[in-house]
Design a protein around this ligand. Structure first.
Ligand code: PBG
Length: 321
């Protein structure tokens, strides 16, 4: 008789036949930057995750580097005085974000430094594009994204992450980079980014919630899967080096779909709401926090993710060590 249980009979055999494993090499740690010195503010809906001023962020990155983490994605959290309709601060060479990227890359040249390209952290409308009469303009927004890409590349970023879902952004950014000689700077496209309610805690962290309406005219409808293939076709054709599915847990089928159809690396973004959910249940003693963290991260790899952006990165790196 065929008895699958034979391959589960001891820890040693289970380890031998294990198909999927987590490694510290899989992770990119998203981190939040604020202005000031010696500042460390906990994000209330993300226990254990903080907004840091640059001096303390450098210390945090150093700790993570010592744990073996190689990828970091920096998000800026700005005051309202730095926001306007055109997200001008997003391409200010002397601004908080670009200066921080420069310093991080100088101090840690060996890391993979990823950025965010989108207007929302700098937009007084809280949207990822230029707003005119209540509409989000596409092609006008590309110009702003191109400017952001250039200053980020100049500052030493290794991987640019356009997270806005405007049409044509990957091709536009690739062209701007290549024309300026930044042929080695990579693009990780937020390819299948859904209009999800799991971004809530992140928007708290950045104070970046839309001032009116929602993001449904640019982010994808959670009901759609085939549409992710259209987005991926375009991003690959436009020159993306890596493609992403976001969120991760409620979209494991999309991760699998892209993995089965494309040869380039697939990233899963284990977003803020997914982190908050597990942390809240663990705090209440309803779930074993460590175990559900590992199980859910493993599910993303099993679905086909090569890279995982996760707020759990530091915690998991400690466990794997
Ligand atoms: C926006 C952006 C968002 C996230 C990353 N970049 C939120 C949004 O689209 O409103 C969310 C990440 C998370 O929830 O962890 N450009």
């Amino acid at each position: 008789m065929r008895r699958p249980r034979r391959n589960r009979k001891s820890a040693a055999i289970r380890a031998l036949v294990e198909e999927t494993r987590l490694s510290v090499n899989d992770f990119i740690f998203p981190v939040f930057l604020i202005e000031g010195v010696q500042k460390k503010e906990e994000i209330s809906s993300m226990p254990g995750i903080y907004r840091y001023s640059l001096d303390l962020l450098l210390e945090e990155i150093e700790e993570c580097v010592n744990l073996g983490i190689k990828g970091f994605c920096v998000f800026p959290s700005l005051g309202d005085d730095k926001k306007d309709k055109m997200a001008t601060e997003g391409h200010n060479r002397e601004g908080l974000y670009i200066q921080a990227l420069r310093e991080i890359k100088t101090k840690f040249p060996q890391i993979a430094l990823m950025t965010d390209i989108a207007m929302d952290p700098y937009s007084s409308d809280g949207h990822d594009g230029i707003v005119e009469n209540g509409e989000i303009l596409n092609d006008e927004t590309l110009e702003v994204l191109g400017k952001m890409a250039l200053v980020q590349a100049e500052a030493g970023a290794d991987i640019l992450g356009p997270s806005d879902m405007m049409d044509g952004r990957v091709g536009y950014i690739r062209k701007v980079l290549d024309e300026a000689g930044f042929t080695d700077v990579s693009i990780m496209s937020y390819t299948a980014k859904y209009a999800s309610s799991f971004y809530g805690p992140f928007r708290d962290a950045l104070d970046s919630a839309p001032k009116f309406g929602d993001k449904k005219t640019y982010q994808m409808n959670p009901a759609n899967a085939a549409e992710a293939l259209i987005e991926a076709d375009l991003d690959v054709a436009e020159g993306a080096d890596m493609i992403m599915v976001k969120p991760a847990l409620a979209y494991l089928d999309i991760i699998k779909l892209l993995k089965d159809n494309y040869d380039i690396p697939i990233t899963a973004y284990n977003v803020s709401g997914e982190y908050a959910m597990l942390k809240a249940a663990a705090e209440k003693g309803w779930l074993d926090g460590e175990k559900v963290m590992l199980e859910s991260l493993l599910s993303m790899k099993r679905a086909g993710a090569d890279i995982i952006l996760s707020y759990f990165a530091k915690e998991v790196a400690k466990l794997l060590k």
